[in-house]
Write a protein that binds this ligand. Structure first.
Ligand SMILES: NC(=O)c1ccc[n+]([C@@H]2O[C@H](COP(=O)([O-])OP(=O)(O)OC[C@H]3O[C@@H](n4cnc5c(N)ncnc54)[C@H](OP(=O)(O)O)[C@@H]3O)[C@@H](O)[C@H]2O)c1
Length: 339
């Protein structure tokens, strides 16, 4: 049976976290919440997932609809060891008292403030510091992408300084009321964007400044990084280091993958469910070395990059294993990453 895990909020991130939990041998999905009866609730039930209403009020919405509901969020949380909060940004923090009331360990997402948990997580960077914690925040998609590459190069060569431009997707594919539709928006217009300080919550010793723009696309984010390393590194050495991480995948424009749409087409072609690509995508030809100063461009599939980190966060707070490598290997094998 393993560790009993509840997922509160069954949207973009929640449904992916739930699917990933179902693939783990050492955890059980006790259920997910929905605020209302819709096709997602029906699909979850058809797949054998217990659906709970997120409140007594939302339970009433299920009355007479024919949808099967197992109870309310309180029932779900009281039967779990760990809850993964996947409600919209800033909503998660409102549930913290409930999780504390039932003494369950809680994992929040990047839309919550660092202060909600006092600990921001990335599996490669600080797994051991998350062991047994009651509250953990898995950092956002952009911050996860930055942490993965910075951690890899820091371990390989030492990272002195990072300057990054983030070109952010305007909305997720299903978000039909969000924009921009015909604009490039400095988001925020002030510098730095919140991403650099957020990276420092995970990697406190990294000197990083980030600038962000939002653009009319839904598929992925793109980051352009300029980094100063502690020693000279050739392009081949950098490629060798990055290639040793299963959660980083190198793409080649020479092979016809020179855009985010082609990366997504690749994910479709290899049969990835929902065309997810939890690996950080880095274009090989973008890696340029001027001795200690390097450049690279990378793409982040915002809907799925944080999913493996959530699974590792569950293992860390539940102390299933104290070894980050073991957790990362189990997660990656179960999700078919790096293949
Ligand atoms: N989407 C991304 O690209 C992305 C990437 C990394 C991290 N994140 C973070 O992950 C978190 C979730 O984002 P998301 O994109 O998955 O959001 P989302 O697609 O809007 O899903 C959130 C789900 O929470 C449910 N919900 C809404 N209000 C609720 C409430 N008051 N109580 C309980 N459940 C409620 C909704 O369920 P119903 O359908 O039942 O109404 C919705 O499906 C946020 O912190 C976000 O910043 C998002």
């Amino acid at each position: 049976m393993g560790v009993k895990v509840a997922v509160n909020g069954y949207g973009t991130i929640g449904k992916r976290v739930a699917d990933a939990i179902l693939k783990q041998k050492d955890m059980t999905l006790v259920g997910v919440t929905k605020t209302k009866p819709n096709y997602e609730a029906r699909l979850a039930t058809e797949r054998g997932i217990n659906v709970y209403a997120s409140s007594a009020d939302s339970l009433k919405l299920f009355d007479g609809t024919g949808y099967r509901v197992a109870g309310t969020l309180d029932d779900l949380v009281s039967s779990a060891d760990v809850v993964v909060d996947c409600t919209p940004g800033k909503v998660g923090a409102t549930y913290k008292p409930l999780y504390e009331k039932y003494r369950v360990k809680a994992i929040f997402q990047g839309g919550e403030k660092h202060d909600t948990t006092g600990f921001s997580f990335n599996a490669y960077c600080n797994y051991k510091s998350a062991l047994g914690r009651d509250l953990v925040r898995v950092v956002s998609c952009n911050t996860t992408g930055l942490c993965r590459v910075i951690n890899a190069l820091d371990k390989g060569f030492g990272v002195k300084k990072v300057r990054a431009l983030l070109v952010r997707r305007g909305a997720d594919p299903a978000e039909n009321s969000k924009g921009p539709i015909n604009s490039i928006v400095p988001d925020p217009v002030t510098i730095p964007s919140h991403h650099g300080p957020d990276v420092q919550k995970v990697l406190p010793n990294i000197d990083i400044t980030t600038v962000a723009l939002a653009v009319p696309t839904t598929l992925m984010h793109v980051h352009v990084l300029n980094m100063e390393l502690n020693r000279d590194a050739t392009e081949q050495e950098i490629i060798g280091t990055l290639s040793s991480y299963r959660r980083i995948r190198l793409f080649s424009s020479a092979e016809g993958i020179s855009s985010t749409s082609e990366i997504i087409e690749f994910a479709r072609d290899i049969g990835r469910h929902r065309y997810d690509l939890p690996e950080l995508a880095i274009w090989k030809e973008s890696i340029k070395s001027f001795g200690r100063e390097i450049y690279l461009s990378q793409a982040v599939h915002q809907e799925s990059i944080v999913i493996p980190e959530n699974i590792d966060a569950i293992r860390a707070v539940a102390r299933i294993t104290e070894d980050p490598e073991e957790s990362i290997r189990m997660t990656d094998e179960s999700l078919g990453l790096g293949r």
